[in-house]
Design a protein around this ligand. Structure first.
Ligand code: ATP
Ligand code: MG
Length: 374
């Protein structure tokens, strides 16, 4: 019996934060390890998706390898045959199926994608702000404005950014994946994937497996445990890698000593009493959560250990040491990742995945008449 497929893209680069590590990478790795006895796990590096917005292409190769290495350093096993790790562009069916799906996708469908609207808006913000002060409130006007800005800054906004959900649909459909962990920002793309799959199936007969809808995905994966590590300087906002100053952000690539300093200068409060209180003591609360994650001990235990203490400096020192130790360890793991083993894994997964992707592609090619019917 063939196993159902769980599919997820792996994105990682040098700028990842402690938040990305605990909120993004670890849950994926834990899920893969836990589910791999019952499911086939497809984990791919979305290199084709990486330049929908401008990048430095001289660095892409290094980044792709580094992306894989980061996950390995964080604990992704290379010796599990039910976990496949592959580079999207090494399986040409992704690009080929995208074209076919493109031709059955309405412009309007893509125009409705909020991610495109957000990202293209962001890219063309300057030009956009200069001409329009009154930001549109209605989605319709917003779409029109997004498109208008897209046209006015055609140098900067690519067709790739516009139709990347189609590539995403191909990523999923090629492997008959039922399960795809989706955050809220990707729900609409999953819906589109289901729509295009159903549309093709009803026009041509059964070609694709339709992935489950978002609520079912959340049921399966358990919807985001709601983990949010906050910025150390401004604990009312979440720690994020694109933060301007980076002063309140712990990056996985930070010098461990510097990271410890960032913890020591974290914003707290003047109550001088340690308590877990997100509302009134967000800084202290954030440090308690970080400590619990780093130690891998329940939050309650950590809270019990420090609750009522009055010396923030001592507490910060404990957290700072833990952060320093964690980064030292992680960076050592990263430098010990054996590139040749990673490459071997990528290449063997790619052979296996190419075969299964090509089967689906052939079904689609036959359906649309590019290949003779069976
Ligand atoms: P950006 O500033 O570019 O949005 P980001 O740091 O918010 O970057 P994302 O790329 O948006 O990171 O998210 C990557 C993954 O990391 C997601 O799974 C997201 O839930 C998780 N994540 C991001 N920030 C945090 C955080 N502060 N705490 C916990 N998880 C986080
Ligand atoms: Mg984000």
């Amino acid at each position: 019996m063939t196993k159902s497929v769980i599919l997820t893209g792996l994105r990682a680069n040098n700028d990842l934060t402690l938040g990305n590590y605990f909120g993004g990478m670890l849950p994926i790795i834990e899920m893969a390890k836990a589910r791999s006895s019952e499911y086939q796990i497809n984990m791919f590096i979305p290199d084709l998706h990486s330049f929908t917005t401008p990048i430095n292409h001289d660095e892409l190769q290094t980044q792709v390898m580094n992306n894989a290495r980061l996950f390995v350093a964080a604990g992704l096993p290379l010796d599990n045959n039910e976990i496949h790790l592959y580079r999207q562009s090494y399986i040409s069916a992704h690009s080929e199926l995208t074209w076919i799906l493109d031709c059955f996708t309405g412009m309007g469908e893509m125009q409705r994608m909020t991610q495109f609207k957000d990202k293209s808006n962001k890219l063309s913000n300057d030009a956009f702000n200069a001409t329009k002060d009154e930001q549109a409130e209605s989605p319709l006007v917003n779409t029109a404005m997004a498109l208008e800005s897209a046209m006015h800054s055609s140098e900067r906004i690519s067709v790739g950014l516009f139709n990347y959900p189609v590539l995403m649909a191909a990523d999923i459909l090629l492997y008959d994946a039922l399960y795809v962990p989706v955050g809220d920002d990707q729900t609409q793309h999953l819906e589109y994937t289901r729509d295009i799959a159903e549309r093709m199936n009803s026009k041509f007969g059964s070609i694709f497996t339709v992935p489950l809808a978002a609520p079912k995905q959340h049921e399966f994966f358990g919807k985001g445990q709601g983990l949010r590590i906050m910025d150390l300087q401004t604990p009312s906002k979440k720690m994020s890698k694109s933060d301007e100053s980076g002063k309140g952000v712990i990056f996985l690539s930070d010098d461990p000593k510097l990271a410890a300093k960032k913890v020591m200068s974290a914003t707290t409060d003047d109550l001088a009493l340690i308590a877990f209180d997100r509302k009134n003591q967000p800084g202290i609360t954030n440090l308690l959560e970080i400590l619990s994650l780093l130690r891998g001990t329940p939050l309650d235990d950590v809270v019990a250990e420090f609750e009522g203490h009055t010396r923030y400096g001592d507490f910060k020192k404990v957290v700072a040491n833990e952060v320093e130790g964690f980064l030292t360890n992680f960076q050592a793991n990263l430098s010990e990742v054996d590139d040749s083993k990673v490459l071997e894994k990528l290449e063997s997964s790619e052979i296996a995945m190419r075969a299964s992707a090509n089967k689906t592609l052939l079904r689609a090619q036959r359906a649309v008449g590019l290949r003779p019917k069976e």
